[in-house]
Write a protein that binds this ligand. Structure first.
Ligand code: SAH
Length: 255
């Protein structure tokens, strides 16, 4: 039996992942499961943790990053098959609500449950199914230790938002809006894998400037901040000494 503690980091875009890959000295190890899937894997170690960082790769037809919930589900599923991780971290960028105290460049850690804001199914039981509310690890101790903002993360498949999306995010008290976390959280829940998300703010949802303009302007700086916090989180899990300390720091909600 191997005592290695494995962390899988799932990321949508190469631009978001590049600083982390560089900082941790991760080495490219081909495609996920060596399949035709577009996801690319980078591997390495941080203290006694084995790290597999999966980037969702490029859509061959459109030449852009595989953002959104479909690639997120697929990479989460295959990465769990390949690595059987002790922890899944979804790291990426997101929009934040200025009215709720978000600032460009902030890095949020997930709190509460992971929800969808664009799955509206007004039938008995299906309303709640649509929203999802997948369980999230309790990150309060870590947020306090590392000075991270905690926030409720809401997922949908659009960079912009409709009025209905906004209403839904208001009802759910969302702090942060992005396109992957709840999808990954569903897979993590199916497999009983602890999951946290770290999201760096590239744009403010309630700004008059369009999100795509803000996103492009702030992607590089936000990705640098994200890198710093991902590294701090990994060290947090190992600071009490080698071997399995990560497990002791995960609340036992999946036990
Ligand atoms: N326009 C970008 C496309 C990126 S899509 C480009 O030209 O490269 C947005 C990605 O960043 C998704 O992976 C999503 O999770 C995250 N994201 C950042 N800000 C977001 C927002 N306001 N709403 C939804 N997703 C956002």
């Amino acid at each position: 039996m191997s005592a290695t503690t494995t962390v899988v980091i799932l990321m949508a875009m190469a631009e978001e992942a590049a600083p982390i890959i560089g900082e941790l000295g991760l080495v490219r190890n081909g495609r996920l499961l060596a399949t035709p899937l577009p996801m690319v894997v980078y591997e390495g170690c941080v203290d006694d943790l084995f790290i597999a960082l999966v980037v969702n790769g490029v859509d061959e037809r459109f030449g852009v990053a595989n953002v959104g919930t479909q690639p997120a589900v697929l990479s989460a599923y295959v990465a769990i098959q390949q690595y059987n991780p002790d922890l899944i971290i979804n790291a990426g960028t997101a929009g934040g609500f200025g009215q709720r105290g978000c600032q460009i460049g902030d890095v949020y850690i997930s709190a509460g449950s992971f929800k969808f804001h664009d799955r509206r199914i007004p039938l008995p039981g299906y309303t709640e199914y649509g929203i999802g509310s997948y369980p999230a690890e309790n990150t309060t101790a870590m947020a306090q230790a590392l000075g991270l903002k905690q926030g409720a993360i809401s997922t949908g498949n659009s960079l912009d938002k409709t009025h209905t999306d906004l209403d839904m995010m208001g009802v759910c008290d969302a702090d942060v809006k992005e396109m992957e976390a709840a999808a990954i959280a569903w897979v993590a829940w199916l497999y009983g894998k602890p999951m946290i998300a770290l999201k760096a703010i590239t744009d403010l949802v309630d700004s008059p400037v369009r999100p795509e303009e803000q996103f492009v302007d702030n992607l590089a700086a936000a990705s640098e901040n994200l890198c710093q916090k991902v590294v701090e989180v990994l060290h947090y899990y190992t600071e009490d000494g080698p071997a399995l300390s990560l497990r002791h720091k995960l609340p036992a909600i999946y036990a």
